[in-house]
Design a protein around this ligand. Sequence first.
Ligand code: BDR
Ligand code: CA
Length: 326
Amino acid sequence: MAIPVVLDVDTGVDDACALLLAALHPALDLRAVTCVGGNAAVDAVVANTLTVLDAADRPDVPVARGADRPLLEEPVDARHVHGQDGMGDLDWPKSERQPDPRHAVELLRDMLLEAAEGDVDRRITLIPLAPLTNISLLLRTYPSAAKGIREIVFMGGGAEVGNATASAEFNVFHDPEAAAVVLDASAELDIQVTMYGLDVFYAPRVGQETARMLSAPGGRDAADLAGRLIAFQCERFGTVDATIGDAGAVCAVLEPAGVRRERLPVRVELAGTWSRGRTIVDRRDWSAGLHHDPHGQARSTIDVCLEVDAQRYATLWLDTVGGGMR
Ligand code: BDR
Ligand code: CA
């Protein structure tokens, strides 16, 4: 039976790669997509998300608009990475479909409360690929919705690496309070969490030549879009290949054995002169005890992805979105 999933996105070139995979893979039941401001303003995120689902021929998947700003910070976008429209400025036809009238948090609440009433194996895997604003609001406003969650597999943070700053990854940096709330609430509500962070994010890659094979001139289907998304990144960064990015977190749901995880205590740095938004992953050997550590151990212990079988995930993505590689 297909795994029921909901993606929370800030589409986003690599969120688009993730949406294509989740929309097209037969082992996933993509129940909804919720949007949040991040890589671009939330209205652009909604428009981009609907465009991707049109390319994947999935008009049945509801899309809801969520938070337009972080809990505390002013919004900062990443158009220098993702283009002016947030999705590679591909000149792709805009969707005519309207989003769901509910706020993202209300759509998540409705879907999760319904799942909580049903069979345990129909509980929903939440895959947040963006700042965690919507998910933090959900878990604090409607904690009973947590019963409908099978697990959360989120893209964000990192044990070693930063990108928005030398310390912090963009999604967590954009809304550190939201990330801290999600970790805290997941400990309180007993939600299983996996962090697919920057330690693995860049590794699964697709080459420029492969991207050319995917896209026919003037083509408008999922494989065309997939090829154009990779080509955009190669051009922007002057590289011969590009990461499938957020799509790796979807791969981690489909093929969990493709990542090596360790269960570790994690906190989010909310102060810090140079480190606000960093995920502090505690990899210490505990044999010496905690007596001399004034901070003690983090409340949230989660699975942190530390290594990935990059070829396996890149192939999984290509096999699913590549239209049989033409
Ligand atoms: C994350 O930030 C965004 O730019 C990407 O879509 C990804 O979710 C990587 O830091
Ligand atoms: Ca993203």
